[in-house]
Design a binder for this molecule. Structure first.
Ligand code: GUN
Length: 292
């Protein structure tokens, strides 16, 4: 069996067109331009690439962006001042502090400064708390897990009643992905580094969300025939045939898994583009809430 590919790039593009149309309509009505502030600390190449993609997307969709690129040795106090000033600025609708922050920074204290209605990452205690509670809607849902669910829904994968396995329990992906799946009536198992008999647990999954950051960790014989695989991993793997000397691979061994799965996302071109599209949607929503 060869799995059906879930084309994240195309699905994200459709969503971006919808968001851009809503932005155009908003501007035509004389309302403020939805504006995202990004905060980047230090010189991690991957973080810098992600942040510049987010700013580029703002420009392409007719939204504004403000960037604060700060040195890696910035003090906690200085960083908090920058984030607080953005939170106080009425021209800023959404704030994204790119994670991870350098190890000397207390991430929780920085993120706490972002008001819930500017928290386009959906990481604030209020937003996560509401996500965790039955019948309570958060103001914003974290972008990557929201993108995973959107891909499943676009592919018409039945979530209700499915056995879903989430690999990874990070605040950014695994934990909120598990909460979203529970909210959609899946039966959810969250796996991590101490999970016993991991391949056997994965073998029970109708839906697998892999977010552990280990290149091609999930093998083809772990996949239940017909399962839907959402691969969040973006890992670089040495490849002498490429000019760059490397290529990007997911957390799932794609070549093996596609023979068993019913649906699978590629890397790149799967979840990555969805994260940005969801961030754009959240930023539009933030502007609509603050400046109806
Ligand atoms: N680092 C990796 N993914 C994300 C994300 O979705 N938001 C933020 N702020 N940092 C990240």
């Amino acid at each position: 069996m060869t799995a059906q590919l879930i084309d994240g790039k195309a699905i994200a593009q459709q969503l971006r067109v919808q968001v851009a149309a809503a932005v155009t309509e908003r501007l035509a009505a004389g309302k403020t331009k939805p504006t995202l502030a990004t905060v980047l600390v230090g010189d991690r190449m991957d973080s810098a690439t992600y942040v510049s993609s987010k700013q580029k997307a703002c420009a392409e969709l007719g939204m504004g962006s403000i960037s604060r690129n700060l040195p890696g040795d910035i003090s906690q106090e200085e960083l908090e001042k920058v984030v607080q000033a953005l939170d106080d600025d009425p021209a800023v609708h959404g704030i994204l502090t790119q994670l991870p922050l350098p190890s000397h920074i207390n991430e929780e204290r920085v993120l706490q400064l972002i008001s819930a209605n500017k928290d386009v990452d959906g990481f604030s205690p209020l937003n996560i708390g509401r996500l965790a509670q039955k019948g309570r809607a958060p103001l914003f849902i974290p972008c990557t897990p929201a993108g995973c669910i959107y891909l499943l829904e676009q592919a018409d994968v039945q979530i209700e009643g499915a056995n879903a396995v989430v690999l990874g329990r990070s605040n950014i992906v695994g934990m909120p992905a598990a909460l979203l799946l529970i909210g959609k009536n899946a039966t959810v198992t969250v796996c991590h580094s101490r999970t016993k008999d991991l391949p056997d647990v994965v073998r029970g999954a109708d839906i697998l969300i892999a977010a552990i950051g280990k290149a091609e960790f999930v093998r083809g014989d772990w996949i239940k025939p017909g399962a839907a695989i959402i691969d969040v991993g973006i890992n670089s793997k040495p490849d002498a045939t490429r000019k760059s000397g490397y290529r990007l691979v997911g957390d799932v061994n794609f070549e093996e898994a596609k023979e068993a799965a019913g649906f699978i996302t590629p890397v790149p071109g799967g979840v990555g583009p969805m994260t940005i599209a969801m961030l754009m949607r959240n930023t539009l929503r933030a502007a609509e809430m603050q400046d109806p």
